[in-house]
Design a protein around this ligand. Structure first.
Ligand code: PEP
Ligand code: MN
Length: 277
């Protein structure tokens, strides 16, 4: 039988965990918007993206520089050079930053450049990596594995928490099901379920969750309506030219329109809080 959570569960504390990222509060009263390309491709690309997503209402700039690609022949990311560009672009446009860490040896390097470290779906149960991230003093965004149950995700979070890092953000990014029309099946129920089981903030990633540009807006709205603390979306100045995940990447214009819509949904939900049981 799966053991119970000690630190990730509501029995540890009932109040929501609010994570302060240089005065930006994740899990607090505001909707958090994380945006940026799948991968940092060049200095010009990330600066251009940062400028446009900042204008469109993003709080946090994303961009992978160590990329977990399905094929070893695909673009693997710029490594430290990309982290430097991401850091500088975030600084220039007053955005916090997030990037993926794939291995223990990369932790110090990634932590030197970004505010939040991301654990990708494929590494959700890389327990040694999770333990090592439990020993750092930066927030970790933990993505749900493609075949992980809610309990699996919470127990993975427990690894980070029990090693001493209380700043864990959960991320629903779709799971593998029999449906192949979408890249993954974005599990919106994960939001209320994880809110019921845990005090940790939850972010939804409709980009990897659907794999399709046309589905980002409706699924992002659904995530916010379901009570997510924020969304993470892939945005590129020229989406069709993105070196990775082009099909699920939206333009800065589509992004700006989406943010307006998400804030409207967020406000509507806030106004309806009194209807909740
Ligand atoms: C990403 O966010 O860049 C990514 C690779 O996502 P996932 O780990 O959810 O596939
Ligand atoms: Mn991607």
């Amino acid at each position: 039988m799966l053991s119970r959570t000690k630190l990730a569960g509501k029995d540890f504390h009932l109040n929501k965990t609010v994570i302060d990222v240089n005065s930006l509060k994740i899990g607090g009263d505001d909707l958090i918007i994380i945006a940026g390309p799948c991968a940092v491709e060049s200095e010009k690309q990330i600066f251009e993206t940062a400028k446009l997503v900042a204008k469109g209402g993003a709080n946090i700039l994303r961009g992978g520089t160590f990329k977990p690609r399905t094929s070893p022949y695909d673009f693997q990311g710029l490594g430290e050079e990309g982290l430097r560009y991401l850091h500088d672009a975030g600084k220039a446009y007053n955005l916090r930053t997030i990037s993926e860490v794939m291995a223990i040896q990369q932790i110090d390097l990634v932590a030197k450049y970004v505010y939040i470290l991301q654990v990708g779906a494929r590494n959700m149960q890389n327990f040694d990596l999770l333990k090592a991230l439990g020993r750092i003093k930066k927030p970790v965004l933990l993505k749900r594995g493609p075949s992980a149950t809610y309990k699996d995700l919470l127990m993975a979070a427990e690894y980070i928490l029990s090693a001493g890092n209380a700043e864990v953000i959960l991320c629903e990014r779709g799971i593998r099901t029999f449906e192949t029309y979408t890249r993954n099946t974005l599990d919106i129920a994960a939001v209320p379920v994880l809110k019921e089981l845990s005090h940790l903030p939850i972010i939804v990633d409709p980009s990897h969750g659907t794999g399709k540009r046309s589905l980002i807006l409706p699924m992002a709205r659904a995530a916010v309506a379901a009570g997510a603390d924020g969304v993470m979306v892939e945005v590129h100045p020229e989406p069709d030219k993105a070196l990775s995940d082009a099909a699920q990447t939206i333009s800065p214009e589509a992004f700006s329109d989406m943010v307006v819509s998400l804030h409207a949904v967020f406000r509507a939900i806030e106004e309806n809080r009194h209807c909740e049981p």
